[in-house]
Design a protein around this ligand. Structure first.
Ligand SMILES: Cc1cc2nc3c(=O)[nH]c(=O)nc-3n(C[C@H](O)[C@H](O)[C@H](O)COP(=O)(O)OP(=O)(O)OC[C@H]3O[C@@H](n4cnc5c(N)ncnc54)[C@H](O)[C@@H]3O)c2cc1C
Length: 405
């Protein structure tokens, strides 16, 4: 009987195991997950779970019993330490496993920032449930001074949650605009206004020098001024956990390189989720996406391919966020969105609009802000690759289904 091993404890790992059983694979399945929990999803950790509005069940995909009932061996608190693709063996800190196919879904880790003071008490990063718990313990009472270094999605979401819980929040960002790398300067300004209107002190174009304090963080020095802090969150991006694959000689390049079916260059070794830099057939280049939806869809594709199917991971990258009273969904291909024209359909000031990124007359990205049930049409426009009529695109009376040239 075949033995499939899944390394990881996030949504890619959980969804791939789920798919194996759903699709009728009746061989052995083992999940090797470093964290002490069954596979879980992280978006609630900066939103509802951090705010105390949602419990563990909002994050965990299935309880441990679900895996046992489906004869899936779940080895939590177990780290894969060595991969030998030629011998088809995986070493872990709980013993070796022989496999027929292995899926690497090790995700990513917070990028470290080698600032003086980064190791003081009260300096946080956010990736795991325990990180969110630690932040929640500090923020739930309210009245604390949180300083965020970095204005990426996680930082902005935590800022919104912390403010809503009654804390003072300062964001320190090196770039001139928040979220500039993710959505560009114009959309970044939408988020700046949202945050400043809600009382966040958002400072851009600044240089963080160090974190100061005796044992605990007491402040962050920025451009010579000390911003007082009770706690600090460093949110400057994530790096894919590629060491296991790299040590095994598997080809890397901004993650583990795979083809469109999530095969690595080693036999019977697959990769999915944040860790994978997969070839995207629609844009004919590799794309590493650090989004929940990508991992949620890639896990099942990898599972089907492990079972002998010819599935391909060719969805349009999708992301969502909730901050204060702003809900947003974004679909598109970031490499094509850079430098594309930005067209707005709706009311930017009222924060009720769709932003389209249009490159050579074709939609390559679309972001709906406080406008709902339009993602199907946005994705269809992107996928079609056809030219659009820009006047109709921004005309809120023109149905989105009718704007191809
Ligand atoms: C706080 C937060 C909020 C987010 N919010 C959003 C959001 O609103 N929208 C969105 O689209 N995306 C969001 N994301 C991103 C999203 O959570 C990730 O894209 C997703 O978690 C990727 O899933 P994954 O399964 O690839 O990896 P991960 O979720 O990172 O899981 C990988 C797992 O593998 C384990 N592991 C690593 N190495 C080993 C090893 N050697 N042996 C065994 N196990 C190992 C890790 O411990 C981890 O549990 C958020 C992320 C964070 C941290």
């Amino acid at each position: 009987m075949a033995h499939f091993v899944i390394v990881g404890g996030g949504v890619a790992a959980g969804k791939s195991a789920e798919t194996l059983r759903k699709e009728g694979y009746d061989g052995d399945v083992t999940i090797v997950a470093a964290e002490p929990h069954p596979p879980y999803q992280r978006p609630p950790l900066s939103k509802g779970y951090l705010a105390g509005k949602e419990g563990l069940d909002a994050a965990v995909l299935h309880p441990a019993s679900w895996y046992a009932e489906r004869d899936i061996e779940l080895r939590t608190s177990t780290t894969a330490t060595r991969l030998d693709p030629a011998a088809h063996r995986l070493g872990t800190d709980g013993g070796d496993l022989a496999y027929d196919a292995v899926l690497l879904a090790m995700g990513a880790s917070p990028r470290s920032l080698p600032l003086v003071g980064h190791d003081l008490d009260g300096v946080h990063t956010l990736r795991r449930l325990e990180d969110s718990d630690a932040l929640a313990r500090e923020l739930h009472e309210g009245g604390r001074r949180l300083v965020l270094i970095g204005s990426g999605w996680i930082g902005m979401e935590v800022a919104a949650t912390a403010r809503t819980l009654g804390n003072t929040v300062t964001i320190l960002e090196r770039d001139p605009t928040p979220l500039a790398l993710a959505v560009g300067p114009v959309m970044g300004e939408v988020f700046r206004r949202l945050h400043t209107e809600n009382g966040v002190d958002l400072r851009t174009g600044v240089q963080v020098e160090r974190i100061v304090g005796r044992e605990r963080a007491e402040g962050v020095v920025v451009d010579g001024e000390t911003v007082p802090a009770d706690l600090v969150l460093i949110g400057v991006g994530a790096v894919p956990n590629t060491a296991l694959a790299g040590d095994a000689g598997i080809a890397l390049g901004n993650g583990i390189l795979t083809d469109a079916s999530l095969r690595t260059d080693a036999p019977d070794v697959y990769a999915a989720g944040d860790v994978a830099n997969a070839y995207h057939p629609l844009i004919q280049r590799h794309l590493r996406s650090e989004h929940w939806d990508n991992a949620r869809k890639a896990g099942p594709v990898a599972a089907r391919v492990m079972m002998g199917d010819s599935a391909r991971h060719d969805g349009i990258p999708y992301f969502y966020t909730d901050q204060f009273d702003l809900g947003m969904e974004l679909s598109g291909f970031p490499p094509l969105m850079i430098g594309a024209d930005l067209l707005i359909r709706g009311d930017l000031d009222a924060r009720e609009f769709i932003a389209f990124w249009v490159d050579h007359g074709r939609v390559v990205g679309g972001m709906n802000v406080n406008v709902w049930d339009v993602q199907r049409q946005i994705k269809a426009l992107i996928r079609s690759g056809d030219r659009v009529n820009p006047d109709r695109l921004v005309d809120t009376d023109a149905p989105l289904d009718s704007i191809l040239v």
